[in-house]
Design a protein around this ligand. Structure first.
Ligand code: 13P
Length: 255
């Protein structure tokens, strides 16, 4: 295992939070706190805050992402946003397949794969989310569940394209619940994902892929999780809404 071979990435997922004024305040507070970061820093904001975030982060080390994108370039898809629209704005990252999308908006492994394809073709960096529910963990099918999600989302993705994909392991039972996976539990699944990538793309590609953990990661537990050999960063929900908390996680990842 060689963490030096891959980039550590801490990404905030703001979800449906922050109006424009609040976004300005948060980003303005965050920028000086993370300017010496030794890892990549990304903030994924609601669509309505993307332009604000892009303007405020211009020339800084903080990158901007969206929380979803549609698979079509354009068309009759009321309420959706396409990957080329994001790219044109200057957005660099996009989260795809978050469990909240799967749970509340009918996202399937099939639509996740289509969105991944569209994002890659537009030149966006993808943060692909996978994770098991509590029911699946208790039924001892975590490995199978994650393997199916990863394989289906990456169907048709080449080894070259894989370099533009970060995988975020987010156990559904740990999201927004305050229940974090233990360092070992999280690492075990991340390791399994890396082994699967090794089978699909070869060891070198697997070793180069950033695999994050997400689910109640915070300023206190981040260091332990990030010290694990297969945890290369975090996808942060609640704690990304407070600049000092998010900055503390960035600092833990910079060591
Ligand atoms: P919390 O950090 O609020 O548990 O959310 C995690 C998450 O869903 C990030 O995408």
């Amino acid at each position: 295992m060689n963490k030096a071979k891959r980039r550590a990435v801490i990404a905030g997922n703001w979800k449906m939070n922050k109006n424009r004024a609040e976004a300005k305040t948060l980003i303005t507070e965050l920028l000086p706190l993370v300017k010496e970061a030794g890892c990549e820093v990304v903030i994924c904001t609601p669509y309505t805050n993307l332009e604000t975030a892009l303007a405020l982060t211009e020339g800084s080390n903080v990158k901007v992402g969206a929380e979803n994108c549609h698979w079509a370039e354009s068309g009759a898809f009321t309420g959706e946003i396409s990957a080329p629209m994001l790219k044109e704005l200057g957005v660099q990252y996009v989260i795809i397949g978050h469990s909240e999308r799967r749970q509340y908006f009918g996202e399937t492994d099939g639509t996740v794969a289509k969105r991944v394809r569209a994002a890659l073709e537009s030149g966006l960096e993808v943060i692909l989310c996978v994770g098991e529910t509590l029911e699946q963990r208790e039924a001892d099918i975590t490995g199978e569940t994650i393997a199916i999600q990863v394989k289906k989302a990456l169907a048709g993705v080449t080894a070259e394209e894989l370099r533009h994909i970060i995988i975020a392991y987010e156990p559904v039972w740990a999201i927004g619940t305050g229940k974090t996976a233990t360092d070992e539990q999280a690492n075990e699944v991340n390791h399994m994902i890396r082994e699967l990538l090794g089978k699909l793309y070869g060891e070198e590609a697997a070793e180069a892929t950033t695999i994050q953990y997400g689910g109640s990661m915070n300023a206190k537990n981040a260091a332990g999780l990030l010290a694990q050999p297969d945890i290369d960063g975090g996808l942060i929900g609640g704690a990304s809404l407070k600049a000092p908390d998010f900055a503390a996680i960035v600092e833990a990842a910079s060591k």
